[in-house]
Design a protein around this ligand. Sequence first.
Ligand code: SAH
Length: 394
Amino acid sequence: MPAQIVLKKGKERLIHNRHPWIFSGAVQSMPEIENGEIVELLNIDRQLVAYAFYAPGNQIIARVFEFCSSPIDVESADYWYNKVKRALDIRKTYVVSTYTNAYRLLHAEGDFFPGLIADVYNNVVVLQFLIKGTERIKNWVVEAFERLGFDYIYAKSKKVSQVLENMDIPKGWISSKNGPERVEIVENGAKFYVDFQNGQKTGFFLDQRDARQLISLYSKGKRVLNAFSYSGGFSVYSLLAGADLVHSVDSSEAAILLSEENAALNGFAVPKHEAFEQDVFEYLKQIKQNTYDLIVLDPPAFAKTARAVPNATRGYKELNLKAMKKISPGGIIFTFSCSQKINRELFRKIIFGAAADAGRNIRILAQTTQSLDHPVNIYHPENEYLKGLVLQVE
Ligand code: SAH
């Protein structure tokens, strides 16, 4: 039987609104149990309202993974298996096909599974345990994936969670079998090597799949600059869609090498595709006007905290202004921000500011968001982080 915590009087609204984060101020009694243990949440009348991972001493004292009014056996392998299976069924219906075998299977709160990210690359699952609560149920999680037919499961938790949450899941295989060093995936028919062991995040930016597909519509006959190219995602899509030439620019040497490999994997090499290891701000400064007809700006999160927002705002503005000045007449800019602290409205304002300074007429042709396998829990809008604009610059 899980331990119990009781919500204060007047906090019923929290439960009605199903926000998965319970703050310490909302709780009346706290049991003496360890970080990460599963607890029952009760209302002031001692009725069951939810199950959560407990985090004593944290501002967010509990993260709810199930709202319910009658008991459920959440301390069982079957419960977690069913949760993963429901998330997988959605992906199988809407994402997985002969042309796509890489997808996010669990998007933490977005899949009512706080503290766990699962990305699938062909036959490899990469897991990020974000809190002690999910670390504690690691064996049930591994069992669930194995029952669902995934043989190779790799743990890759962020250093910050390891430290903050005092976790102990070293990078490595946690399935009974060891998998490959890296893996080849297919996404909308485009092929990529994914270096999940040493690459950024879990190895690939799956959240941009839908935006990458969109770029195919705009690429034919264009001279393309893919800035912040990582392993060449947008580059490969543009090349396959008939771009005249594509240049990938990234400051990471490993990323540049991988983008060249990925272009080659799809049949493209110099001079069709060329990759440059350079700072994007410098690169944009150096190039002449009218060098490119299509520019992708997909930088890392400039604002990781609320305090960083003013600086980040300046960064996004400068970056976009540079691209707007240099792009050829009638050119297209795909511009993104993945900073969760900068919402869609603020991002629009920043782009507006850059446009005004560039002094050119600009149309918004399309708006993008994270791919559908990164769902947003309607009660937890914090999980919506990626926004993009497709701009046409006269
Ligand atoms: N668009 C990519 C993901 C980009 S991730 C995709 O679809 O896969 C952001 C990338 O920006 C990382 O590869 C990182 O190495 C690179 N980066 C960060 N700061 C940079 C800078 N100042 N100049 C160039 N690249 C940078």
